[in-house]
Design a binder for this molecule. Sequence first.
Ligand code: CDP
Length: 563
Amino acid sequence: MGFSENAITVLKSRYLKKNERGEIIETPDEMLKRVSKHIAQLEKDFDYWFEKFYDLMASLKFLPNTPTLINAGNPLGQLSACFVLPVGDSMEEIFEAVKQTAIIHKTGGGTGFSFSRLRPKGEVVQSTKGVASGPVSFMKVFDCATESVKQGGVRRGANMGILRVDHPDILEFIHCKEQENAITNFNISVAITDDFLEKLKNDEEYELINPHTKKVANKLKASFVWDEIANNAWKNGEPGLVFIDRINKLHTLKGVEIEATNPCGEQPLLPYESCNLGSINLSKFVKNSSIDWEDLKECVHTAVRFLDNVIDVNSYPIEQIKTETLKNRKIGLGIMGFADMLVDLNIAYNSKEGVKLASDVMSFIQKESHIASSNLANERGCFPAYENSIFKDQNIPMRNATTTTIAPTGTISMIADCSSGIEPYFTLAYYKQVLDGKKLKYVNERLLDRLQSSGINVDDFLEELIANGGRLKGLGLPKSIEDLSKIFVTSMDMDYTAHIDMQAAFQNYTDNAVSKTINMPNSATVDDVKKAYFYAIEKGLKGLTVYRDGSRSVQVLVSESKQ
Ligand code: CDP
């Protein structure tokens, strides 16, 4: 099998089946057979699809999200990574959502919430005459519950907390993670409305609305709140932004309202919806310095069928989630290994050609995934909410309300041994501390290959590279390898516009959203952060996460694989 040593380590730690004594009782190959068997169980031609699904994963061309790999064919049987739960404005509803969160985390899923329906802090509660605690206080309850569950050993729980910019508690929310250890199991984002952006443009005040009474509670200068958001993002990478009106405008379903996304932001969902993701490893589709489009097409079609099957063989943790998910049948096919593909094609990430490649690849994947979903609709029927979708207006049968999402692929990219999601390389070489005090050298394998064939002294060169923070930029390179510095770029070698250009190129051809970090150097200013916000709006992004190098001691989720 093609798994790397690193991949085997990851698989052994969490993915391979264990007995009651904690001993591993399956091989990586048996794991893939377990998953293929479970996902192909509803197929009339089981043997054919079992082989197809198995081959797709064994070749590392495609992997489903972590819960599918861990739980398929096992007693938990919960296969989705993404959930959004509604939080209503009553004790019963809040604690019901806490309970549902715990149940989802136990199975390896991540949860997103909008807290915008909760009445603001300090409002009198009719039944008790006490005062309401407000959204931030209740977020701490969800955070504690998450801390205690620890996902039953599957993985640490992850949450997204969202508050609308026009909620009266917005300032407290923006500051709620300022202290390093506060609400650590949450990523937070402000839901930015078009009205707010309009007021910001005209340098006006906007209204904060109490969601309980629907009355205007206060007014704030839009530019003041915008500055507060940018200041905090500059200080510690949060809050992120979610352009909620844009998300709803581009939603394929009509007459319903999205208010939140999953933990890493790539999957906006309706209340009680869940979604399963899967990612194509692009590094496997470069042959003789060009893309094998035929192979990629076949991969997309098989992957869409795989993900559609997941919806039917899934064990849903909560009845409402089953109902909502089966109505819309959203799936999220994305990619990983994009930085590897660029290098293999000798194209720089931060170049016009790089952005064009992103558009070419993603438009192809989106188009083929829609054709695949349409073919499935002809075979199996359209998704039940089809009548209320934009596809009905266009007269295109569809099995799934959405087909594409670009996930961070934090762990599955380690299993496939490729670069994560659509991110550029974070570093090209570094020393990793291992347990017994020894240092282990990590070097980008593609770079190592090129260095070895260039005739330079590789060992000496790698020491210099590591001393330069794993970046070729800034090193005086020998003539024979001078060209490499254009191609082997890292996320710190480019400015925010290059990051946003890439996110936009992918977002243009993605039904759901895109997980991406907009990295900035430590020297970036608050003004740079605001410029990035405006550029993201101009480019039509659905959301944005800015991270200034060194601004937080521990980075969450997205960057786990790059530490
Ligand atoms: O690579 P893997 O399939 O493990 O996950 P990912 O692509 O890094 O993350 C995809 C989604 O899985 C996230 O946006 C979360 O919804 C969920 N997730 C989670 O719940 N807990 C984690 N520790 C990591 C991811």
